[in-house]
Design a protein around this ligand. Structure first.
Ligand SMILES: Cc1cc2nc3c(=O)[nH]c(=O)nc-3n(C[C@H](O)[C@H](O)[C@H](O)COP(=O)(O)OP(=O)(O)OC[C@H]3O[C@@H](n4cnc5c(N)ncnc54)[C@H](O)[C@@H]3O)c2cc1C
Length: 98
């Protein structure tokens, strides 16, 4: 294990998943998000219903990290609106503001 600090550019699904993977490897991610908060890009189209079921919208490392906080995932087959997906992932995973 290493104690490296790694910058992740963008705090939407891929950036948050990358941060979760870094944490699993003992590194410290700093997520730099240009928007107001994490999930910024997905929130721009929050009214849209996703085309893929939830199980494809969540990264494994992110799911493990969220599970360790007592998080209740949506049903694997459910098809969420972007708003729910963003809230479900990015609020509990969202990094602290600095
Ligand atoms: C209408 C619509 C419906 C979709 N439905 C689905 C679906 O059902 N299933 C599916 O799997 N995919 C779906 N997608 C695709 C999916 O949303 C994207 O693949 C996913 O959001 C990409 O995530 P990302 O984190 O790479 O990029 P983005 O979501 O684009 O996020 C990039 C983030 O980086 C930030 N950023 C950009 N530049 C900088 C910078 N220089 N410094 C700091 N921060 C920066 C932005 O503010 C943003 O928050 C859909 C996309 C759209 C538009």
């Amino acid at each position: 294990m290493t104690s490296k600090t790694v910058a992740v550019i963008g705090g939407d699904p891929v950036g948050l998943a990358a941060a979760a993977h870094l944490m699993e490897r003992g590194m410290t991610p700093i997520v730099l998000e240009a928007g107001e908060r994490t999930g910024h890009a997905v929130r721009q189209w929050r009214h849209v219903q996703l085309f893929s079921p939830w199980k494809y919208n969540i990264d494994g490392a992110a799911a493990r990290l969220l599970a360790s906080t007592g998080w209740n995932p949506p049903i694997r087959k459910s098809i969420l609106r972007a708003a729910s997906c963003s809230t479900t992932i990015s609020i509990p995973l969202g990094p602290r503001r600095r």
